[in-house]
Design a protein around this ligand. Structure first.
Ligand code: SF4
Length: 393
């Protein structure tokens, strides 16, 4: 298995992960935090309205976009998870109470709608999610487990999924394991079954190693050993496409002649009103790992009005905007560890054009944990007791 490129050594885990879910919330300094998994980032208009109402009625009025294309509600009062769970289940956002935390699935943005991919991964998203949620064994996956389903455009394959599918050609799919090409291949119709088998093989290998690993790459020789459980490599693994540090913004022409709008949500903080507006503009939206939203299927006559309405609420379509450079962790007041209100400080730096390392992709954090750090080349802006420290790659 020398063809697999090694990743940096990973920490040995001694306990199960404590990733929050919609039912198993995290007690943050500003109240309960619920994370709602959104496989493939796809939400219908009705689901968006449900989430907006839940954020207003139960939370702090906002939805947070995560780097896995999921959503978080914050500021929940104690005991709110039962009511939230009922709302989510009624909207089809909680198909399995036992598997809700493991449904982390990133899919290529606008797959099947815009050129650039070899195939449409939307059926893979539905098939993988159904297979995952329907297998009691897979409820034992860690909440950090991530699947990436890439149609060949190379936008999510490099985001270090534990298992992943990458279309190499219309009839050939590579299995990725722990962020590397495992040298296993499948036809598109068989690809979801292979990815699900890889998830089971991860659990089997983890048990065999007596490990509590949260990620496949944390296992000793994880990609190679999981690949061997699946029959070993049949091809030389190739380097994966590098993950983009920011996603596309602006307007994209669809294969069917319609248009999609792609806009960044500053600091990933989507208000309930913005969510309602998105629900009014489209039957379905897609969330991306770059804290942006995609509004697809717009008729030519509707594109400008939709862009203006969204822009008025603060959604950014200008690829030169400094908002594309900046992400933050939660910081104060949500996180008790934080030494600063990083969102307020980053916002002030953007609005006064006083970003450190201007022009560079930067992630502001309230402490050394550096939660939510994006993949790729990023400048860290780390709060300290005496101000921010800038760390360049
Ligand atoms: S990086 Fe530190 S301050 Fe920021 S959310 Fe994580 S633990 Fe909290």
């Amino acid at each position: 298995m020398s063809s697999l490129l090694p990743l940096p050594s990973a920490p040995a885990r001694e306990r199960a992960d404590a990733c929050p879910g919609a039912l198993q919330t995290h007690a943050a300094a500003d109240g309960g935090l619920a994370r709602v998994r959104v496989p493939g980032g796809t939400l219908t208009a009705d689901q968006l309205r449900t989430l907006a109402a839940a954020a207003r009625d139960l939370g702090n009025g906002h939805l947070e976009l995560t780097s896995r294309g999921n959503l978080q509600l914050r500021g929940l009062p104690e005991g709110a998870e039962a009511g939230l769970g009922d709302r989510l289940a009624a909207a089809g956002l909680l198909p399995s109470a036992t598997h809700e935390r493991v449904r982390n699935v990133l899919a290529s943005t606008l797959s099947g709608r815009t050129p650039g991919g070899h195939l449409d991964v939307r059926p893979w998203v539905r098939g993988f999610d159904a297979g995952l949620s329907g297998d009691p064994l897979l409820a034992g996956l860690p909440g950090r487990f991530l699947a990436t389903l890439d149609d060949g455009r190379g936008d999510v394959a490099g985001l270090h999924g534990d298992v992943g599918l990458l279309a190499l050609a219309p009839d050939t799919v590579a299995l990725t394991l722990g962020g590397v090409d495992a040298g296993l291949r499948a036809r598109p119709a068989d690809a979801v079954a292979l990815a699900l088998a890889a998830a089971r093989a991860f659990l089997a290998e983890r048990a065999a190693q007596g490990s509590a690993a949260w990620r496949l790459a944390e296992l000793a020789d994880g990609p190679a050993r999981v690949a061997a459980r699946l029959g070993g490599p049949v091809a030389a693994g190739a380097p994966l496409p590098a993950a983009p540090v920011t996603g596309p913004v602006g307007a994209a022409g669809q294969l069917d002649g319609r248009t999609a709008l792609l806009g960044v949500v500053p600091l990933g903080r989507l208000s309930a009103d913005q969510a309602d507006l998105l629900a009014r503009l489209a039957a379905e939206v897609q969330l991306t790992p770059w804290r942006s939203v995609v509004v697809p299927d717009l008729a030519e006559d509707d594109v400008d009005d939709a862009a203006v309405e969204l822009h008025r609420t603060g959604i950014v379509f200008d690829e030169a905007s400094p908002w594309l450079q900046v992400t933050t962790c939660a910081g104060r007041p949500g996180c008790a560890r934080s030494l600063a209100d990083v969102r307020a400080d980053a916002t002030a730096a953007v609005t006064t054009r006083a970003l450190p390392a201007d022009g560079a992709r930067q992630h502001w954090v309230g402490c050394e944990r550096r939660c939510g750090r994006p993949q790729g080349r990023v400048v860290d802006v780390v709060a300290t007791p005496t101000g921010y420290r800038i760390e360049e790659d």
